[in-house]
Design a protein around this ligand. Structure first.
Ligand code: ATP
Ligand code: MG
Length: 257
């Protein structure tokens, strides 16, 4: 009998786990450039996948396809086993997919709670903003995710880069999200701030979520991801289980050694 858990190079460690995203044969061309040349990508429940590759490998394009921002020329996407079309980010949201982009887009002059509820404010009697309710809910979100910030009323301008990034992650998961996609969540952060954000990402799994993390920092990827998907020139160069992955192996796949 074959025991997959004892095969160190097998990417199939999630045997028995349910796939939440199954993308097959994804092709995206920009004129003469083929950004994605037939990519298969799977994300399982309660899993963090690190997506790595050299500049121009196709990481952002793949993420945009999965978040509905870019339409593939070919390929199929299944979410929770169902074939879907993602013609825009709104539809992706409605299927539980949230993307946190590198520029964050938090509003500096609003509080943490104000940012978490931006665009989905709670009202009382249909007129008054329910500040107390929104503050309590936000407190609950940041406590659950162990986000290290003073309190939900703190104005975002007064937060550090790491705290902002953590708030952006908290906001993305606050409302029925199943899958979080993070593009370079730790770039430009100090070691301590990056560690905090990585801890928040690891905690997502305990709350039943799955995540895709793009990063050029291999240490951060090895520190967070359960599996690592390496893209090279629009193709999957390899998939490594965390236990089998070293930065040396990842770099070899990235450069095609
Ligand atoms: N809107 C676009 N128009 C034309 N070409 C594009 C467009 N977006 C991406 N590309 C091309 O597709 C390829 C993949 O780009 P992509 O942004 O997905 O790479 P990446 O892996 O995210 O790189 P980086 O690490 O530099 O962010 C590149 O050759 C890029 O020039
Ligand atoms: Mg990119």
């Amino acid at each position: 009998m074959t025991d997959l858990a004892q095969m160190p190079d097998s990417p199939q460690v999630q045997t028995g786990a349910r796939p939440v995203i199954e993308a097959t044969g994804i092709v995206k061309r920009y004129g003469a450039v083929t950004a994605l040349a037939g990519v298969d990508f799977t994300l399982y429940e309660h899993e963090v996948v690190g997506l790595v590759g050299d500049n121009g490998a196709g990481k952002s394009t793949l993420i945009k396809v999965l978040s509905g921002a870019v339409q593939p020329d070919e390929g199929e996407i299944r979410i929770n086993g169902e074939l879907v079309q993602l013609p825009n980010p709104k539809i992706a949201h409605s299927l539980g997919i949230e993307t946190v982009y590198q520029d964050l887009a938090l509003f500096e002059d609003l509080s943490i709670a104000g940012n978490i509820f931006l665009g989905r404010e709670r009202k009382r009697f249909g007129i008054f903003l329910d500040h107390a309710g929104m503050t309590d809910f936000s407190q609950d979100v940041i406590r659950r995710l162990k986000v290290d910030v003073p309190n939900p009323k703190t104005i975002v301008r007064n937060l550090s880069g790491g705290q902002r990034q953590a708030v952006a992650v908290a906001r993305s998961v606050a409302f029925g999200t199943q899958i979080v996609i993070l593009d370079e969540p730790t770039s430009a952060l100090s070691k301590a701030a990056a560690d905090q954000v990585l801890a928040v990402i690891r905690d997502l799994k305990d709350h039943g979520l799955s995540a895709i993390v793009i990063s050029h920092n291999l240490e951060h990827v090895l520190d967070t991801a359960d599996r690592i998907v390496v893209l090279r020139r629009g193709q999957v160069a390899g998939v490594l289980d965390r236990n089998a992955a070293t930065s040396h192996k990842v770099v070899e796949l990235m450069v095609g050694a």
